[in-house]
Design a protein around this ligand. Structure first.
Ligand code: FAD
Length: 398
């Protein structure tokens, strides 16, 4: 985005160095191969709330280039984005390949030079101004008047930024599923359920999320879990990914209403079995049966015979089930790194480094990350566009 924007604004020679044989590989695998390009969130302040790291500082960049601008930018470059009911936006073709094609066509049309298998390893200030770049796949060191680092989560970018005097916040994973100690939910693997409330307490910090949860054979995943992992990424890392999670499966009914419902069922469904007469419509049958097992009660028992102790246990498990987290699951659908170059080191109006004039930084390399839903790419488009504009403006003055 930065390279195309700078070139379209008249910068004569723009060159992208890509360490691998092909650029945009993360775009290719993103969003399950569909690429969730952005999120239909029109208010820059509201948009910024979806970033566990960078929330306040991002308000500035988003006030200049946010979701609407990204949609318009892609539209002007031949790619229509379509909104899904939950606000996520995908290419009309429903394939990440279309996004790659769009960016590659735009780069070609604006004469951006792409050099693949060119891995920058060292950046230094050139004695006559600008930068010198050394690396693998470069026959000789390159010289650049302006330089942009957008190396994603790759450690080389953080190393080069650090060597140029920037403070780097240590990277930790974000957006992951949670592995649980007990196996009580394992039989429900594959079930997704809405309006689940997750409450995680780690030392004196508390993290809460409400939304869709997916039960996996190792623990919990789904949007609400991934959001929780993002906001609690640092605290969970510090705790060694151990902690106690309180889960409310009652879809907001709460203790009193859950108890009343069970008592009503005891009378109205007295002759039917606990397993057959499910009292909560929103709970899938397999999950309700698992709750009966957890309460130590036989599903073949009739409602009239439900012991009081089991009733109390059912209320407790449905409204405030305590589950021990034993670790981090494998990478979530949208794995990103929390941490990176401290945002205080960058002028967020231009993405230019405050330490090193002429150097620009954007994307995942920065200590910015969003929750799932297209927010991570949005921060990249915004930062890239701002940097491209600023590079073009300063090149015109030079
Ligand atoms: C499986 C998966 C799915 C995702 N799905 C989505 C999604 O649908 N929506 C969303 O918003 N976000 C998604 N994300 C997150 C999103 O992909 C990242 O936030 C985004 O790609 C970061 O962009 P970037 O340009 O900063 O870094 P990258 O996309 O990682 O690009 C950096 C590029 O720089 C190259 N590079 C690195 N170091 C060097 C070097 N020293 N020299 C030369 N080249 C170098 C790399 O090879 C890479 O091509 C997903 C992530 C993953 C892993």
């Amino acid at each position: 985005m930065a390279a195309i924007t700078a070139a379209e604004q008249g910068v004569g020679q723009v060159c992208v160095l890509e360490g691998t044989p092909e650029p945009l590989q993360k775009v290719r695998i993103s969003g399950g191969g569909r690429c969730n390009v952005t999120h239909a969130c029109w208010d820059p302040r509201e948009l910024a709330t979806h970033y566990p790291r960078g929330s306040r500082p991002l308000r500035g960049p988003f006030s200049r280039f946010a979701c609407g601008d990204a949609i318009a930018w892609f539209d002007e470059h031949g790619l229509t984005l379509v909104e899904e009911p939950d606000g996520r936006m995908f290419p009309q073709q429903n394939s990440s390949e279309a996004v790659i094609q769009c960016l590659q066509n735009a780069a070609k049309a604006s004469r951006v030079q792409l050099r693949t298998r060119a891995m920058a390893q060292q950046v230094s200030l050139h004695p006559q101004g600008g930068f010198q770049i050394d690396g693998r796949g470069l026959e000789k060191p390159l010289r650049a008047h302006k330089l942009m680092l957008a190396t994603g989560g790759h450690p080389s970018g953080r190393k080069m930024a650090e060597a140029l005097g920037h403070r780097v916040v240590p990277p930790v994973p974000s957006l992951f599923s949670l592995s649980l100690q007990g196996r009580e939910l394992a039989a429900c693997s594959g079930i997704a359920i809405d309006d689940v409330s997750l409450d995680l307490k780690l030392d004196d910090q508390r993290f809460r999320q409400i939304g869709r949860v997916l039960i996996t054979h190792r623990g919990l995943s789904g949007p609400a879990t991934l959001r929780l992992s993002a906001f609690a990424a640092r605290a969970l890392h510090q705790s060694g990914y151990q902690g106690e999670l309180k889960v409310d499966w009652s879809a907001g009914l709460g203790h009193q209403q859950v108890q009343q419902r069970l008592q009503r069922w005891r009378q109205e469904q007295a002759r039917r079995t606990l397993a057959a007469a499910k009292p909560f419509e929103h709970l899938p049958r397999r999950l309700w049966q698992a709750f009966l097992v957890m309460a130590g009660v036989d599903g073949n028992l009739r409602w009239a015979d439900l012991p009081l102790k089991a009733e109390r246990q059912l209320v407790e498990n449905l409204c405030a089930q305590r589950l021990s987290i034993k670790g981090r699951g494998p990478f979530g659908e949208e794995f990103v790194t929390a941490g990176g170059v401290d945002l205080g080191e960058v002028n967020l109006a231009t993405m230019e480094s405050r330490r090193c004039p002429g150097l620009y930084l954007a994307g995942e390399l920065l200590d910015v990350d969003g929750v799932t839903g297209g927010f991570n790419f949005q921060a990249c488009w915004s930062g890239g566009w701002l940097a491209g504009q600023a590079i073009a403006a300063s090149a015109a003055v030079d």
